[in-house]
Design a protein around this ligand. Structure first.
Ligand code: IPD
Ligand code: CA
Length: 279
């Protein structure tokens, strides 16, 4: 077989992994997610008092979101000064290496503020839309999900896989809602139509953890409209490496427009139904 002209290979057609040390990227993502996870737990009591809002009156941010992002950015800048960095709390560093880090310092900030234990730190690095390494830490549960492209996904170091095949009517489906009232009206209508047709809905409050739940079979699928890339960059890699199919509504790569992640057998029926419902 002839290698693609851009230096890629049959399994990596775009050459996204050429000239990168995947082990180094994977270790750095894990280390930073773990350290930021410890920091947000330590900071929580004081940080909750600093809660303000961002994109809408229901979109919270705390001093811990900003501190965790600083910790992660400093770690990347020290280890890999030439990489681009984008983060939810404003990190926006343009590098020259062709690799970009996507940081969500606290995914599930509403849960964090209320003391619900479903929040995490999400760190991923990729080339363009192709993620190469990612980690999601849930510090309260003591869970660290991680993946490196082509090498599978792990939970606390043990390999994980998506759940067994299920019909749509028996599927446990996670989803989430944006912060804008008008968007929520549409999302609520889709959930209202879907709920009687499936096993049940879960709204756990962290897209990154929802994707990790797909990866280890705790839910059968997850979908959401209008996420930011930092919400899903690590989780999509982890879910895909665990055997999930992750796309937008048209079967293309997951995007900030729409994301569906499901076990391969469920992905088609769920996506078709979401399209019918105008999701
Ligand atoms: C939010 C969470 C939530 C999802 C929202 C996200 P944040 O991220 O992932 O589950 O439904 O769309 O914005 O604000 O907690 O970082
Ligand atoms: Ca988020």
């Amino acid at each position: 077989m002839t290698a693609p002209a851009d230096g890629g290979s049959a399994t990596d057609p775009a050459g996204a992994t050429a000239d990168v040390d995947l082990d180094e990227l994977g270790r750095l993502a894990v280390d930073l997610a773990e350290r930021a996870g410890e920091a947000i737990v330590e900071l929580r009591d004081g940080a909750v008092a600093t809660t303000t809002t961002k994109s809408s009156p229901t979109d919270p941010v705390t001093e811990a979101d900003r501190a965790a992002e600083r910790l992660i950015v400093d770690g990347i800048r020290r280890a890999r000064p030439d990489d681009t960095i984008t983060g939810e709390e404003g990190a926006d560093h343009v590098g020259t290496s062709g690799l970009e880090w996507h940081i969500d310092p606290i995914d599930g900030t509403t849960n964090y503020v209320y003391g619900l234990p479903a929040y995490g730190v999400s760190v991923a690095v990729g080339r363009g839309e192709r993620m190469l390494a990612g980690a999601v830490a849930n510090p309260v549960a003591g869970e660290l999900f991680a993946a490196v492209a082509g090498r599978g996904a792990t939970l606390n170091g043990d390999p994980i896989r998506v759940g067994r095949p299920v019909e749509l009517s028996a599927a446990l489906v996670a989803t989430g809602f944006g912060y804008a009232a008008e968007r929520r009206r549409g999302q609520a209508a889709v959930v209202a139509a879907l709920l009687p047709e499936i096993r049940d809905i879960r709204r756990m409050g962290s897209a990154a953890l929802d994707l990790c739940a797909v990866a280890c079979g705790r839910v059968d699928a997850y979908y959401e409209l209008g996420l930011n890339r930092w919400d899903f960059a690590a989780g999509v890699l982890i879910a895909a490496e665990a055997g999930a199919r992750c796309t937008d509504l048209g079967g293309g790569p997951p995007s900030t427009e729409f994301l569906v992640a499901a076990s391969p057998e469920l992905h088609g029926p769920l996506t078709r139904r979401l399209v019918e419902l105008g999701a």
